[in-house]
Write a protein that binds this ligand. Sequence first.
Ligand code: 5GP
Length: 187
Amino acid sequence: MTGKIVVISAPSGAGKTSIAREILRRNPTLRFSVSATTRPMRIGEREGKDYFFLAPDEFRKRVAAGEFVEWEEIYGNYYGTLQAEVDAALVQGRHLLFDVDVKGALSIKCKYQQALLIFISPPSAAVLEERLRARLTEDATMLARRLERVPMELAQAPQFDRCVVNDVLERAVTEVQEIVEQHLQKS
Ligand code: 5GP
């Protein structure tokens, strides 16, 4: 049996990371796909668990060597999915959960048509902005960069298999959980 792919994507601030964490907790057969990035490690993050943290030169070298399923430059840093990581999991029959940006999600779908793409949408653009402003980690420049990308991100929603509105976290998690369970049970 080969593993299945679930991709969760959303505009920054829509709450996809909280949802992804809870989905992983509820589905022991689902494993988080660890991406590579050039952004600095945040407090509490671990190498190989949250990301593989690479220097920009190393990242570019691996892009040139064709090691990525997809990669994007987001907010001035590179992020990418390593082909070797995906292959190893799928061959072992493990299911993978991806937390990637909207463009990355669509690239994954191009390579793996059987992947399930879930778009997490904020209840409104205003709520999204409010949530982003409330995040203490964002400085003004970063906040502006994230807000700038939102219209492009929201415009990709129709290309996803499913769209879930994150109005109330617990409700959204329940909805995503049902969608994921259905997908994993498919033969
Ligand atoms: P953060 O820096 O907050 O961890 O992530 C910033 C954005 O990069 C998020 O939207 C996250 O989902 C996305 N991201 C993380 N890993 C990847 C990846 O491998 N590929 C792509 N395209 N986006 C990623």
